[in-house]
Design a binder for this molecule. Structure first.
Ligand code: MTE
Ligand code: MO
Length: 468
């Protein structure tokens, strides 16, 4: 825009805190976005661009690529970037997602860059172990390219005399291979039902942001014992995990899990190199992924690069300022992320996968229809019952459960269920609800559990059908 004041990049870079005001550049414009910071839908991620160009971040977080966003930004314009510095803001050649792997065409994308997708519901319940290429994908950043000859897993922190760097071969050859079957569920699974009630910030996941697989690798506890760690060292409160995927500021995706769970050999934490007996696919964490059975998807860190034994939680954005639950009346002006614990365990969940919403069905000779779905609970709690209703919740039929013969408090894989449900002709609402081994159940409706990030969505699942 001619006539506006011209600034150098050096000048812009001095404005990278609220006190000194926050300036950013986009293309040739200079913007003072200080007053917008608290309204930013991506929270304090905006601070990653403070004092510099936001172009590379916008390449990554492609939600910005629409006119509404440009209109908002233009309101904060204070000047132009001087001609000499314009080359600094030009996006680097190539799209950071161009080296992402190819995906199965059946996966339904909820966002393409980064790639987030879920399989169709009726396919999800066909297999107790979800095939690798159909397992839902939740990436925050481009999939990192890992050279297997260079790969090292770094281990450091409290209780270790020195830091360690283990190769993939070390992990495969120095430790017994251990397998665990576990479901991984995103905290945002079924968020779309919360969005239907009231808008939230987040990807509009249906009920298939969950999948189940057998994972194999070295036990975390075996690897740490090999490093000389006393697993009962009381000084260690959290185990932090960093991925090899990084944002443009060089910050890795990271998470942490309380030490008393992560370091307990019975928790079966695994540094996995196999998924369903195959090499882990790139989308799911090649070459090494942390498997934290019973713990929310977000902490099952993919492309694992570093483990830190610490007295505090990971400082990652996704640990401290995301993936937390709040009361329905908390909004973006009042939310205080320090006040809520990070989601670790997850509440009991279930969903109807067949028939599909809106389906027209015929009854069998006994006046029944077949209904199928999944159920799962966090913390290793086994599903003990699934109730299904064909009349909006007046009468319930108990479903047949297909599950592993694992103990009540250490069942990490999901339960698939099916039921022949007596039903009348006409329009009907099918409902399912599950009970876990702690006798926890699901809430009846969304409003009392609605929250601004749309996480922990586990109300009774409802599907409308027409019976002829
Ligand atoms: N690990 C890394 N390094 N980067 C990520 O973006 N996403 C997390 C978790 N681990 C993520 C990650 C989230 S939020 C979820 S739900 C699961 O991975 C999804 O695992 P999947 O893609 O194998 O289904
Ligand atoms: Mo997630």
């Amino acid at each position: 825009i001619p006539g506006l004041k011209s600034y150098s990049m050096e000048e812009v870079s001095k404005h990278s805190s609220i006190e000194k005001r926050i300036w950013v550049t986009f293309k040739n414009g200079v913007y003072d976005v200080t007053d917008f910071v608290h309204e930013h839908p991506g929270g304090d991620n905006i601070m990653m661009g403070a004092g510099g160009a936001v172009d590379p971040f916008w390449e990554l977080y492609a939600v910005h690529k629409n006119e509404k966003v440009l209109d908002i930004l233009e309101k904060y314009r204070i000047g132009n970037l001087n001609a000499e510095d314009r080359h600094l803001t030009e996006p680097q050649a190539g799209n950071p997602y161009s080296t992402d792997p190819r995906r199965h065409p059946a996966l339904q994308p909820r966002s393409v860059t980064p790639f987030n997708a879920e399989p169709p519901l009726e396919i999800l319940v066909k297999n107790f172990r979800t095939p690798n290429e159909l397992f839902f994908v939740r990436n925050h950043l481009p999939v990192p390219i890992v050279d297997i000859n260079e790969y090292k897993l770094e281990i450091e922190g409290i209780g270790l005399k020195k830091s360690f760097a283990l190769t993939l071969n070390d992990l495969k050859n120095k430790f017994p291979k251990h397998s665990v079957t576990t479901a991984i569920q995103c905290a945002g699974n079924r968020r779309s039902e919360m969005i239907e009630y009231k808008e939230v910030r987040g990807l509009s996941w249906g009920p298939a942001a969950i999948s189940n697989a057998k994972w194999s690798g070295a036990r975390l506890s075996d690897v740490l014992k090999y490093c000389g760690l006393d697993l009962n060292d009381e000084r260690i409160k959290h185990v932090q995990f960093d991925g090899l995927d990084q944002d443009p500021a060089g910050q890795p995706y990271g998470a942490s899990i309380p030490a008393d769970i992560a370091l307990d050999p019975k928790s079966q934490f695994i540094l996995a190199y196999e998924m369903n007996d195959e090499e882990i696919p790139r989308d799911h964490g090649f070459p090494i992924r942390l498997i934290a059975p019973g713990i929310v998807g977000a902490r099952n860190v993919k492309w694992l690069g570093r483990i830190v034994l610490s007295d505090e939680e990971s400082h990652s954005h996704w640990q401290r300022n995301d993936y937390k639950g709040f009361s329905p009346n908390v909004d973006w002006d009042t939310v205080d992320f320090d006040k809520a614990p990070a989601i670790q365990d997850l509440p009991v969940q279930s969903a109807i996968c067949k028939p599909a919403n809106g389906e027209v069905l015929r009854r069998d000779k006994n006046g029944c229809i077949k209904v199928e779905g999944y159920a799962w609970s966090g913390g290793g709690r086994k599903i003990v019952r699934v109730d299904v209703s064909a009349d909006g919740g007046k009468n319930w039929t108990v479903a047949n459960l297909k599950q592993e013969a694992t103990p009540l408090n250490r069942t990490y894989s999901w339960t698939l269920w099916e039921v022949n449900l007596p039903i009348k002709e006409g329009n009907a609402q099918l409902i399912c609800k599950a009970i876990d081994s702690a006798y926890n159940g699901q809430p009846e409706t969304v409003p009392p559990i609605w929250n601004l990030r749309g996480v922990l969505s586990n109300a009774w699942h409802r599907v409308n059908v027409q019976v002829e």
